[in-house]
Structure formats: C-alpha cells, structure tokens
Design a binder for this molecule. Structure first.
Ligand code: DC
Length: 227
C-alpha cells in the first residue's frame, strides 16, 4: 500500500444518513484545518446525472461502471463540473439523491468510483463525508465519525434547505423519502451504511452546526495527540 513508508495524509471520515448535516460539518472542519474536502455523495449524484443524460438505465450495472470510468467530474467548492461544464443544482434535488442511492447499490459501480475517491487523499489532509468512507474507502482513517440525527430533525433541515434554495418541498414527503433512502442505503449488500465499531457516534439532533464542528475538532486533536 504505502511501500516507501511515507505516512499517508490524515483522513477524517464522516459517515451517516441522508440530510444529517454531515456535509456541512465536514466542509467546515476541512476549512478549519486547511484540509481538502470530498463530498462523496456528490460523486454518486453526478454519476447518476451523467447516466440519465447519456440514456443509461439506472440498473445497467456494467454500462454504469463503464460510464463511471469515462466521466471526468471536478469539484470546486460547492460547484460540480461534468466534463468541463457546470452541472448546477440539478444534482442536489431529492430526485437526484434517489437516483444516486439506486446506482450506489451496485457493486461494480462502487468499485469503479473507489480509486477516484482515494486519489483525493492529498497533503495536508482530507475530510470526507458519505456512507462508507470509514468502512471501505479509507479504512485506515485517522478519525471516523458516524454523524446522525433523528429522521424528523433531518427532514426538517432538508425542508429548510430546499425552501431557502427556492425549490418546492413537502415535509411529509421528505420524511418518507429520507426513510426509504436510509433503508436502501443500509440494507444493500455493497458497502451498506453502518456505524463501524471504531467510529465515534455524533448525534446532532440537539446540536448546532458549530457545536458539531467543535466536537469533531476536539476528537481529532485528541486522536492526533496520542498518535
Ligand atoms: O450524501 P448524499 O445524500 O449526497 O448521497 C446521495 C446518495 O449516494 C446516497 O443516498 C447513497 C449514495 N452514497 C453512497 O452510497 N456512498 C457514499 N459514500 C456517498 C453516497
């Protein structure tokens, strides 16, 4: 793996269910530490979007894997570029999340995206969020966190986010959607969403974003102090 014995850059892996706020927390922790940030869900979202544009069915596993190798997504802050063109907010809708969750259940597609994600582990370090960052993509992460909140709280947060962005939203539909997506992400056999034994649980139901960020930074400093 690391044949020349140079230490690999540190990784903070934050996994958790949809709309738990892990992306916001991860991005702020990355900014605080001056680390790179990888929103792995965006990779699945942009791949599903590319498939829909190319007319590839969301259950055509071999073709999706080929497409995943072929496309060149680029992430710059919150903007995502696909083969050079800005994708915009279409990949942030609930529909795009559902499409991402569907293709994410396919092992060949996940395998095709693995190296792309690992390549983003660059100095001085990486903060990343997703479903399998600590369990599969970066099993040797310096710090692993399972960040969650109740489904009701997550639906409320997503509702606020969508309304602020000018999208139409229904709280009841969002709650049902989140529950379905959680169930699919947790029940799949390939890299299911789960808290690994070595991940710290961070329940943000009653925490502000700043409190959650502060807790992650505290854990990271404690972990690195003992290395
Ligand atoms: O985090 P998100 O809501 O943007 O992710 C969209 C979907 O992508 C999610 O429902 C499951 C999938 N996903 C995954 O399977 N593994 C990851 N590491 C990140 C996302």
């Amino acid at each position: 793996m690391n044949s020349n014995a140079t230490p690999l850059p540190p990784v903070i892996a934050i996994d958790g269910p949809s709309a738990s706020g892990k992306g916001t927390v991860a991005a702020l922790v990355a900014r605080e530490l001056g680390f790179h940030y990888l929103d792995s869900g965006a990779i699945y979202r942009v791949t599903a979007h590319a498939a829909q544009q190319a007319g590839v069915a969301l259950d055509d596993e071999p073709e999706l894997a080929r497409l995943a190798h072929r496309i060149e997504p680029r992430f710059d802050g919150v903007e995502i570029y696909l083969d050079g063109a800005a994708v915009g907010d279409v990949v942030r809708t609930e529909e795009a999340g559902r499409a991402a969750s569907r293709i994410a259940a396919l092992p060949a597609l996940r395998a095709a995206l693995l190296e792309r994600q690992r390549a983003l582990r660059q100095p001085p370090g990486l903060v990343t969020d997703g479903r399998d960052m600590g369990s599969v993509v970066f099993p040797d992460a310096t710090l692993k966190i399972f960040l969650t909140a109740t489904a009701e709280e997550r639906a409320q947060r997503r509702y606020k986010q969508l309304i602020e962005k000018g999208f139409d939203a229904s709280l009841a539909a969002l709650l049902q959607d989140l529950r379905e997506r959680d169930a699919r992400d947790a029940a799949r056999s390939a890299a299911p969403l789960r808290q690994t034994a070595d991940a710290a649980l961070l329940d943000t139901t009653n925490l502000t974003i700043q409190q959650a960020v502060a807790q992650v930074l505290r854990w990271y400093r404690e972990t690195t102090a003992t290395l």
